[in-house]
Ligand binder design. Structure first.
Ligand SMILES: [Zn+2]
Length: 460
């Protein structure tokens, strides 16, 4: 058996790992590289594998950095099955075409500047819309033989709707071995979705994410208290709150939290705009998957529709979105993208960060070199749509809504496996986090831990 990491190796995005089991070749995730534009573009343009001899793809969850190269894979001739959970398939049906649309825009933009070295977009919205045709949905805890001698079981990763950890039971030369790929591990107590469920049973090999292996977040309860505090404070001074949020999961969690706050009378009656067609579509997908909701939560049990209440307004059209720029008085605007690199949040920020009454509220992971990260670092001036814009607005971070387990939760997850893995690989982190995760695993007693580089093969 051999493992080669072709993405999320030494960095967070582009998750893609190749498992070669005898003659069988299985891909774990097929994500897009994001972040520094030119570098990401170059990496996405050159697909490192021969697509023809892949037998199957297993997707952990719907985030684009885990699925965003699937349309390319199909375009390059992959016709095999793509396994995922039912909610992941439905989310991918709205997220991948959106990613295709961004690719088309990117292609157009580069073309105008004469900087295009591709003859066509990486893939189009249409290419992306065809991917779900190859997706085979497999619910949690339902083992399935996906190729001879390889059995796949998903467990709930608690990171986003439909997110999963991947368990592969492999028969090789009479011996059975278990490979566990954590996917992105969520947090205990996150709104709407259930808690992470580490796969039970001893793993021979563990491939584990490391996004926040060197950090401790506040708890979700503390995050809720912070959100209540910020909403009330900014509303009082007449400001607006701009929340760059991933259209999927983070946006729904915020709507859910604000719904709870409004219901309990914990916030003033100010309008909440969800300004993202993708978030609106994704919210509809959430409504289709109550099977993935956490029934231990009061709002889940007591309301018919988690995402509809009097203060919230869903904005689809560009005109309505632009009209929000002349809105007066306090309001909350939730818009994508989550790292403020693209999407409608950009025009809201350009319009609003000059006003000291306003607040930019960061609620998700910000990769280096993104606008969200620069604002978080306290930049006094940032470039938006080519213009330098002074930043006088308050910028605050609530880490507790992160979809990613922190150091303590990663440890809790590993300890939740019935036995320590014999061997582990740390992926999905920058160098510091990967080393922190490796250290954490060694401290727990894992004998052999590696931090793979891109394309480095490991015999298992
Ligand atoms: Zn993710």
């Amino acid at each position: 058996m051999r493992l080669t990491c072709w993405g999320a190796a030494g960095e967070v995005t582009g998750s893609m790992h190749l498992l070669e089991i005898g003659p069988k070749r299985i891909l774990l995730d097929c994500g897009l590289f994001q972040g520094r534009r030119e570098e990401a573009r170059n990496k996405n343009e050159t697909f490192p594998l021969a697509v023809g001899d892949l037998d199957a793809v297993i997707v952990s969850h719907a985030h684009i950095d885990h699925t965003g190269r699937l349309p390319l894979l199909r375009k390059l001739g992959f016709t095999g099955p793509i396994f995922c959970t039912p909610a992941t398939r439905d989310l991918a049906s709205v997220m991948l075409p959106d990613s295709g649309f961004i690719q088309e825009k990117d292609f157009e933009f580069l073309g105008k500047r004469g900087q295009n070295h591709l003859a066509e977009p990486l893939y189009t919205a249409h290419d992306a819309a065809l991917v779900p045709d190859q997706m085979v949905s497999l619910p949690y805890e339902r083992p399935l033989d996906i190729v001879p001698g390889v059995r796949l079981t998903y467990t709930d990763a608690g990171h986003m709707l439909g997110s999963a950890s991947v368990v592969l039971d492999v028969d090789t030369a009479g011996a059975r071995r278990r490979i566990v790929f954590s996917g992105d591990i969520g947090r205990w107590g996150l709104p709407i979705i259930r808690d992470p469920k580490p796969p039970k049973g001893p793993a021979d090999v563990l491939i584990i994410e490391s996004t926040y292996a060197n950090k401790v977040h506040e708890s979700v309860i503390e995050a809720q208290a912070l959100l209540v505090g910020y909403v009330n404070k900014v509303a009082k001074r007449g400001g607006k709150i701009f929340i760059p949020a991933f259209a999927i999961e983070r946006a729904q969690e915020l709507i859910y939290e604000l719904h709870g706050m409004a219901r309990d009378g914990a916030m003033p009656k100010i309008p909440i705009y969800v300004d993202s067609p993708l978030a609106v579509n994704a919210t509809d997908v959430f409504r289709l998957h109550p099977e993935a909701f956490d029934l231990s939560e009061r709002l889940v049990r007591e309301t018919d529709d988690l995402f509809r209440f009097p203060l919230v307004k869903y904005v689809r059209s560009v005109e309505e979105s632009k009209a929000l720029n002349s809105l007066r008085g306090p309001a909350i605007i939730i818009a994508a993208s989550g790292m403020a690199e693209s999407g409608r949040i950009l025009h809201h920020l350009r319009n609003g960060i000059g006003d000291h009454r306003n607040l930019v509220l960061i609620v998700g992971f910000q990769a280096s070199y993104t606008l969200g990260h620069r604002l978080q670092e306290g930049a006094k001036e940032v470039r938006i749509y080519g213009d330098m814009v002074p930043c006088r607005a308050e910028v605050a971070t609530i880490g507790g809504y992160s979809g990613h387990a922190d150091r303590n939760e990663l440890r809790q997850w590993v300890q939740g496996l019935a036995a320590l893995p014999k061997r582990a690989f740390t992926v999905h982190g920058e160098t510091e986090q990967l080393q922190a995760m490796a250290g954490l695993l060694r401290d727990l007693g894992v004998k052999q831990v590696d931090v793979p580089s891109l394309g480095e093969p490991f015999e298992l």
